[in-house]
Write a protein that binds this ligand. Sequence first.
Ligand code: SF4
Ligand code: SF4
Length: 414
Amino acid sequence: MQTQLADFIKDTPEGREAEAILRNCVHCGFCTATCPTYQLLGDELDGPRGRIYLIKQLLEGHDVTEKTRLHLDRCLTCRSCESTCPSGVHYSRLADIGRNIVEQRVPRRGADRIKRWALREFVPRSDVFGMAMKAGRAVRTLLPQALQEKVPALRPAGPWPKPRHARRMIALAGCAQPAMAPSINAATARVLDAVGISLVEQAGAGCCGAVRFHLNDQEGGRTDARRNIDAWWPAVERGEVEAIVMTASGCGVQVKDYGHLLVQDPAYAEKAARIAEITRDVSEIVAAESEKLAALLQTRRGDALAVAFQSPCTLQHGLKIRGVVEGLLTAAGFALTPVRDGHLCCGSAGTYSLLQPELSKQLRENKLAALGEGGASLIASANIGCMTHLQAGTATPVRHWVELVDSRLNGFPI
Ligand code: SF4
Ligand code: SF4
């Protein structure tokens, strides 16, 4: 697509990157068919091709209005369009550049502004978030339905094995997950311990930065990234750990992008690239140890429970990890049920469920219907945001897949 960038962006790194991305788009519209918001709303401007056109216009210096912002706000950043695009258009990066400009040109007002500010300030602070979650659980039944949905029941984490192996990895604790489901990282530590890897959490690390970044506080997201790099770097530099392990695929996408996010920062660019290079989703780590896992599981199989796997967008479209978790669950003796339209977003999408509740709810209903068609008695996922969002709409238990593997290995109840 030919683009005449306006002077304000022409000679900037963002301008050059946007121009290169736009050049790849041949405007074919294949991506539109797999866009969840286009499917719901039927408006070209609520699909990737339309949004690309809107971003092109603003980069060329045309007026930016609240309508432009609305169509970009409705985008889930699910990246389904990237998986479909035959030309390799990096839509999500273009959307980041476009949103950053729109945010400056069309300032938010009133409730929208306050809501976004509160989410940016509150969610990434794990201590504050943890206290609020505790208070929320104490008065859960008194909360309005919309808030009850965001306060899942606490399940026991179980023991975290003491570090005893020569092979060590660092787990990202994150911001919301420790308060919402501490069982996920503990289950990961037990599964990795069983295959000869000790997992530790590093003091000082926190939110991966995705919350602030995707609320258009891109500099705040970079600050979160720098803080995590500072916390991890000494152990990485000394060669004490071989990987940074992500148990939420949403965080994995963000941390694997640190190299790109900090490429312009001379103090952090090299470290960020190294951290991104050794960052792995937990499924990649467990799959690499699948022979050991299979040997352990031989004696520990249980009933072949029917499980529907919801592959988060951040796992399948962001990290491009497809079929790996499904293989691990099958190897652990679970019977996977087919899931229609598995490429479509469940509507969670970070803070999207709070900012676009109607669209988010429709997507959840569609996803739960698809997940339920095969008669599964459990839903498995790979991202805390999707898990909480889905669980709020169904009585079927929703668990992280690593908790299911842990239940087979170590007998933990699910
Ligand atoms: S983003 Fe890709 S699939 Fe969509 S219109 Fe452009 S080239 Fe076609
Ligand atoms: S990221 Fe998802 S919601 Fe946004 S345009 Fe692409 S497919 Fe549509």
